[in-house]
Design a protein around this ligand. Structure first.
Ligand SMILES: NC(=O)c1ccc[n+]([C@@H]2O[C@H](COP(=O)([O-])OP(=O)(O)OC[C@H]3O[C@@H](n4cnc5c(N)ncnc54)[C@H](OP(=O)(O)O)[C@@H]3O)[C@@H](O)[C@H]2O)c1
Length: 266
């Protein structure tokens, strides 16, 4: 009888050192180079999130204290790649979301490739407990009216109020179904959806196998709220990603992942 497991054959891993050698003239450049036309489903979905070293997604309910200068800069500039910027309702409520503003260079670059100067915001909500006088609705330009994505079970009176200040999309019955939501956005010509969270909505997207790319900044802090950057809905499995890009500025780490093709073997 063998009481001890056999020693496994030693696997030789090829670990590399990430060193601060070649400086990037423009931190956005590697993100602009990604081909986001390789869609597997309705459209290409990019998540952009920041986490503390311990994975926390907020400090006292806000992202601000977590986000370093270089992260804030990349976060704002990344919106240039988006056909639409999507966000969960709780993030809109807590962060006081406004419409998307881009600098002159970004607006010109978008116009040059036939895109509207700025992307609209899409808000996901079942409760429709939102302030209809907020800037995210009132300041939206006509070319980028705010989109409100909800489900059939939402309150019809609130939907009617919403329709006065936003385009209302119904995607799903009892709650918003990510696949239906992305199909509706794709049908409106939004091929690249930039999802800025929050953790609950991002978890729904991952569970529905709709997250193609994740841009994750790791901020050099520990502490904050017990909220991970992605909240897995009950019963959701594990999704695999591969690391395709890295960057570092001061102590902020920038990681770019894409969904790994194929099924998990375990
Ligand atoms: N670290 C980061 O990068 C980052 C990014 C964004 C936000 N945050 C932080 O995250 C916190 C908010 O977290 P959160 O997870 O609660 O925010 P969230 O995902 O933005 O919002 C959750 C809300 O979105 C709506 N929602 C989500 N899934 C839905 C579905 N399938 N159908 C219908 N509605 C759905 C619901 O809105 P209703 O309640 O209206 O029905 C739900 O309450 C804030 O403190 C914020 O600062 C961090």
């Amino acid at each position: 009888m063998n009481w001890y497991p056999q020693a496994p054959t030693e696997v030789r891993w090829h670990m590399h050192i990430l060193s601060k050698t070649s400086e990037l003239p423009d931190p956005l450049e590697p993100y602009l180079r990604v081909d986001r036309t390789r869609i597997e489903h309705e459209c290409w979905v990019v998540g952009h999130m920041v986490a503390g070293i311990d994975g926390t997604a907020a400090v006292h309910g806000k992202v601000g204290p977590l986000s370093t200068g270089p992260d804030q800069s990349l976060f704002r500039r990344m919106r240039r790649i988006a056909d639409i910027v999507m966000v969960g309702a709780e993030t809109v409520r807590r962060e006081g979301y406004g419409v998307i503003r881009l600098d002159e260079e970004a607006r010109a670059a978008r116009t040059a490739c036939g895109r509207p100067q700025t992307p609209p915001v899409a808000i996901v909500s079942r409760s429709l407990d939102l302030d209809w006088t907020a800037r995210v609705f009132t300041d939206a330009p006509t070319h980028a009216r705010t989109q409100l994505i909800t489900c059939a079970a939402s309150d019809p009176d609130r939907r009617a109020q919403a329709a006065e200040v936003a385009d209302v999309i119904i995607a799903g019955d009892d709650q918003v179904d990510p696949a239906e939501a992305f199909a509706a956005l794709a049908a409106r010509g939004h091929g690249v959806v930039l999802c800025e969270g929050g953790p609950t909505w991002l978890g729904e997207i991952v569970a529905a196998d709709r997250l193609d790319e994740l841009c994750l900044s790791i901020s050099p802090v520990i502490g904050g709220d017990p909220l991970p950057v992605c909240v897995n809905p009950a019963g959701a499995g594990i999704a695999d990603f591969e690391l395709l890009g890295t960057g570092v500025e001061d102590s902020t780490l920038f990681l770019r992942y894409e969904k790994k093709a194929g099924e998990r073997g375990d």
